[in-house]
Every structure is written in structure tokens, then in C-alpha cells.
Design a protein around this ligand. Sequence first.
Ligand code: SF4
Length: 357
Amino acid sequence: MNADSYFSSRLLDWYDVHGRKSLPWHHDKDPYKIWVSEIMLQQTQVVTVIPYFENFIDRFPTINELANALEDDVLHHWSGLGYYARARNLHKAAQVIRDRYEGRFPQNFDDVIALPGIGKSTAGAILAFSFGQRHAILDGNVKRVLTRYLAIEGYPGKKAVENRLWEVADGLTPDNRSSEYTQAIMDLGATVCSRSRPLCDLCPFHRDCLARKNHRQTEFPYRKPKTDRLMKAVRMLVIKNDLGEVLVVKRPPSGIWGGLWSLPEIADPTLDIAPWCEKNLGVRVEERKKLPHFRHVFSHFDLKIDPVVCVRIGECDQIGDHPLLKWCHPDRPVALGFPGAIKKIFGTLSVQFGNEE
Ligand code: SF4
């Protein structure tokens, strides 16, 4: 047995006994459900994903139903999962599949990676789990197992290290039982070879793993070289009307929180709120109170958010049927997508103003 087949056969023996085989997206081999689960799992842990996955599939049971939905509805069902570009891309890709492939998920690798939001590893995983095709994958779990097993030095975000990892991943993927192997290596990374406390005594490679032999498990994979994190600050305006509703604005379709509903914000600390609101929102306001500021962490920067409560003065405003502005009650659920930071502010409002109405 060569080194590559030794790795896969040991891993498959471990999988037969310990692998995860009953997650909600394992029940059938529907490529749509596997695709949704793979996208949700990209930045999020399984326990968090399960209820979101179930709600999402309940609401959009087929690719065509997702394709035909309003973007607000899709974002609403993603609300709280973060990394909203994933939801927007799912929606766009569903429309491509509806229009180009009659609503059937494509089976050709090049067609799959051409869809919005699907990279090489995700395409490989979907095709392996749905159609049993042999493809190497290289998600975060797989990178962790491979860099530790072979003590691969260097940050995997560097092209040369990534290329080496793809070569290794491809070489180790067997021709037989390749989809189970793919699930097995993901499971090992998720349940045994975890980031900070790998359970090496339970690992099928505890005798061979180079990182373990040298007590260097947590050094792999190398972390991203440190750069100073960028810090931005913004005032978010909680403008209330006399019905207790808050003015929300729809964000541009791309970029941070793209397509979600948020609060009006002023980045320039020198601007006065009242004239800014009259000019930009068509609403006359009076500033009332500052809420405690908090920090929201994005992948590339931190945002310091200063919520400022204002009240609308005068009877009228120009909101009307404006497509990008709405009055919405923070205590009553509405079918719009809000980022977690905005939900947090709404939660604070319930506490601060709970007895007011
Ligand atoms: S022996 Fe430990 S570090 Fe090495 S692959 Fe197994 S769990 Fe990971």
C-alpha cells in the first residue's frame, strides 16, 4: 500500500465508525440542499447552520423557488448568519440555473465553478456528495488536517503554499469511495483535528502525523501574517416617529451588508445631524439621546458604531413610497433582512423604550 492509499484507507476506516452521517443535508443527495449547506458552512459552524438551513429549505424548497424569490426575502432568511454576499450569490446563481439549466443543478465542474459564489473546493464538494464524482477539496478543515499531518510550513493564503496543498489534496483523494473520503476528511477536521485543541489520541493518524510527533499541532496551519486592523467609526441614527417606528434604509446591492436594511448613518463626525437628515432623508428631527457605542467586527476592519436616538418633528416627511426608505417597528418582525448589528440596536431600543408606548 503506498502512502496515499494508506492515508485514505485509514481515514475511511475511521469514517465508517465515527463519521457524521445524519446532518439534515445528508438525508438525500439533492445537489440543491448540498449546495445551500456548503455555502452556509463556509464561514459558520454546523450547530449554527442547522436551524438556518432548515428554515431556508422550508421557505425555498427548490432552486426555482429560490430564483423566483425577492432578494429581501432571501436576505431575511439569511439574517444573522453574516457574510451576506453568500446569500446574494446563492440567489443570483439560482437564477442562472433556472434560466440556463431549466432549474437543474449542473453536473459539469466548469459549469459549476462559473456560478456566482462557488469556488473550486465548494464545486468539488457539491459534485462529490451529489453525484459521486471524484474531486479534491480544500476547505478550512482539510487545510488544517493536511498541514498538520505533513507539517506543511507557510501561510496557506500564499499562492505557493495553496498550490502545494491542492497537489497533496488531489494525490490523497482515492478513486474509490471518493465522496465518502471527502466527507471523512471534512469530519476529521471538524470533530477531531480542531483548531485549538486537537484530539490527537482519537485520531487515526496519531502515530504518523508530523505535527503531533513534534508537538507542533497548533502551529499549523500558519496564521495570516499580522497587519494593523483598520478601525472605522460611524454614527447610526435611530429616528423614531410618533408610532414608535424607526426609519430604515436599504443599502446598495454590493459591499458591506449589501442589499440589507440598516439605519441611516453619518461617517463624518463634524456634520450636524438635524440639517443632514433634512437634506438627505427629507425628515426633520431632533436629537434625543446617545446609546452605548459598540464595536462590530468585519473580516477586514472593525466598525465602531455610535447609535443616536432622534425623534421626527412635525407631521410630515417625504418617505411615502420611497423604495429605499421605510418606517418599521423594531419590536415587530418584518420580512426584511437586517444585519446582526442592527438587530442588536433594535434589542437595546426595546430595553430603553420598553415602557414608552
Ligand atoms: S494527530 Fe492530531 S494534529 Fe495530527 S491530524 Fe490527527 S488530530 Fe490533527
